[in-house]
Design a binder for this molecule. Structure first.
Ligand code: FES
Ligand code: MG
Length: 591
């Protein structure tokens, strides 16, 4: 690669070295010089590298980044750049009410404004907890400055009484044990805490590990970056290398638009199937694609990815956790198996400077109990089904987590394989569900399908992870651990429930779910990828005509701004107006 250093003028020099406007230049210089930077550094035509720090006391899943900053900065310095750290609006999945999802787009907006309005030539995006990764990649895509992602890594494996205890996944299991009366409240809490033994993000293949694997599969990280557990020394080494590399990326002018191509998104979709990734990945990838100006839609997930086999044996779809995943080779080993099977586009460029094919050369699973080979997978068809019907235009189903018990009970009637017909029971949000799930007058039995609505982007707001509703306690005690569930919200990536979720459009904007009533018959046909209410058309039309939008109350100004501009989950839940702004780095802001 040609060294263009001597000839290059970086964007940051418009701020720090502009003889045409000495007044402003002086103001920029004096205030940055009064901290650690010298005039030589700021006017030396060296890339200024922003470090978007998503870690804080309010964001424990990303807190490790506070301690990685030194290594990132050392890498940037040794690479010849000048580091400038700045904070990112916290998006803590387990801390932010009403939902962290509401704040993905807020953090995105904040990042866009920082990257566009400050003297930054390239950026290290520190990611981790679920929405932090898409928020940052969306921002980097919009601005189109050279950018590289570095996650904090998963926590160490959790253990409870000699068994692996995975983030989130143990909560869903413990909820059932509590309902069955097998554990009490204190043991419930103790089990949950045992699953979180160190700094880091969820140690299961929940949304955090999924989205960081997606960042790697897209080519936005160094090879092997995403699976390293947070406390491992390799994580610190990766932080240093990432810092060094972003400086070179600025010299090479390697931008998100060079990396985030349609082929890169197809690679990510295929990888998501092989790792048993979260149902949150489709809306997040859709959002990144839209901000990058790449044509992708929710149905691409079934077209491109449904037939991908499950290779990774990690909770919730399998048994292991993050440490085993890392030791078995992490994301490169999974992608290496996929590449050998011809499932990836090897020509895609990556942040490493190599093509994906070059980066994966010779890499395969180191432990085939944890990462299977393509020919001997854990399960076939591990991608998502994308359903449609009269209840919604699109909804997702992760069929790889359908248990044998569930298949036997619901999907194996002679002559009607993969078809389920039942009686709808409808809840208006999670509070209504908690109030009434054990109400015997609802007559919930094995033939019931549970619906929850009003929990989408506009309804909740932000879209809540509540669709994986558990059956009434009495049914659980009778051995029915799952009923089919459907909703216009999402579910946690750590859930092993085969819910039908992300239904779009959502009920509060008049999507079909709004017209469903408890007692209606519903039919799920996985062969046709459909879910329909079996209500005659005249009746359905009459319900539609008499429907009135429920009243929506905003609690904060951001909630109102968000609800006014947000689209549906099927379209990525973006601020629709923001998708029109692309590659904005080319237009410098006024002085
Ligand atoms: Fe933050 Fe899972 S809750 S990573
Ligand atoms: Mg979650």
């Amino acid at each position: 690669m040609a060294d263009t250093r001597a000839r290059k003028t970086f964007r940051s020099q418009e701020w720090f070295d502009n003889p045409n406007n000495p007044g402003m230049t002086a103001l920029y210089l004096e205030r940055y010089q009064n901290q650690e930077y010298t005039r030589d550094e700021l006017q030396g035509n060296r890339p200024i590298i922003g470090i978007a720090n998503s870690g804080s006391d309010l964001a424990p899943c990303n807190k490790i980044h506070v301690f990685l900053m030194d290594r990132i900065k050392a890498g940037i310095r040794d690479g010849g750049g000048i580091p400038m750290e700045f904070p990112v609006h916290p998006i803590q999945e387990t801390g932010k009410r009403p939902t962290a999802a509401l704040d993905r787009n807020l953090a995105y907006l904040g990042l866009v404004e920082v990257l566009h309005g400050y003297p930054i030539d390239g950026v290290v995006l520190t990611t981790g907890c679920d929405k932090t990764t898409p928020a940052m990649l969306m921002g980097a895509a919009t601005v189109d400055l050279p950018a590289i992602a570095l996650n904090g890594g998963p926590m160490l494996d959790g253990w409870w009484k000699g068994k692996r205890a995975g983030s989130g996944t143990i909560i869903w299991e413990s909820r059932r044990l509590l309902a069955e009366g097998k554990i009490d409240y204190d043991e419930f809490i103790a089990r949950a805490c045992a699953s979180a033994p160190s700094l880091g993000h969820c140690n299961t293949m929940g949304t955090a590990s999924t989205m960081n694997a997606m960042a790697e599969a897209l080519g936005m990280t160094l090879t092997g970056a995403s699976a390293i557990p947070a406390p491992f020394r390799e994580r610190m080494a990766m932080a240093y290398e990432t810092g060094r590399r972003i400086v070179a990326m600025v010299h090479e002018d390697l931008k998100p638009s060079d990396i985030l191509t349609r082929e890169a998104f197809e690679n990510a979709i295929v990888t998501n199937g092989a790792i048993g990734g979260s149902t949150n990945a489709p809306p997040h990838l859709q959002a990144i694609a839209r901000h990058a100006g790449v044509a992708l839609d929710v149905f691409d997930w079934e077209k491109v990815g449904y037939d991908v086999p499950l290779l990774l044996n990690m909770q919730p779809a399998g048994e292991f956790l993050g440490e085993s995943f890392f030791r078995a080779g992490g994301v490169p080993a999974v992608m290496g198996e996929l590449a050998n099977a011809g499932r990836l586009h090897g020509g895609c460029r990556t942040a490493s400077g190599k093509t994906l094919g070059e980066a994966l050369e010779g890499i395969e699973s180191v432990d085939t109990e944890v990462i299977r080979t393509y020919d001997a997978p854990l399960r076939a068809n591990a991608g998502f089904k994308v359903l449609s019907g009269n209840l919604f235009e699109s909804a997702l189903m992760k069929t790889s987590v359908i248990s044998e018990d569930f298949r036997r009970r619901f999907l194996s009637r002679p002559g009607e394989e993969n078809v389920y017909e039942g009686r709808a029971v409808v809840f208006e949000g999670p509070e209504d569900y908690l109030d009434r799930i054990n109400d015997e007058s609802l007559a919930i039995d094995e033939e019931s399908m549970l619906f929850i609505r009003g929990v989408g982007c506009v309804g909740y707001p932000g879209s809540a992870e509540v669709v994986n509703m558990q059956p009434p306690d009495a049914l659980i005690r009778a051995g029915v651990n799952h009923l089919p569930t459907v909703g216009d919200g999402r579910q946690s990536g750590t859930s092993e429930s085969p819910s039908i979720l992300n239904a779009s459009p959502e009920s509060v904007v008049g999507g079909g779910l709004a017209y469903l009533q408890t007692g209606d018959r519903v039919r799920l046909d996985l062969n046709e990828s459909r879910l329909d209410a079996l209500v005659d058309e005249a009746e359905w039309e009459a319900r539609r005509e008499s429907w009135a939008q429920p009243e929506i109350t905003h609690q904060t100004p951001w909630q109102e701004i968000y609800r006014t501009h947000v689209g549906q989950l099927g379209d990525g839940g973006c601020l629709e107006l923001a998708t029109a702004y692309q590659r904005i780095v080319k237009d410098l802001p006024r002085d």
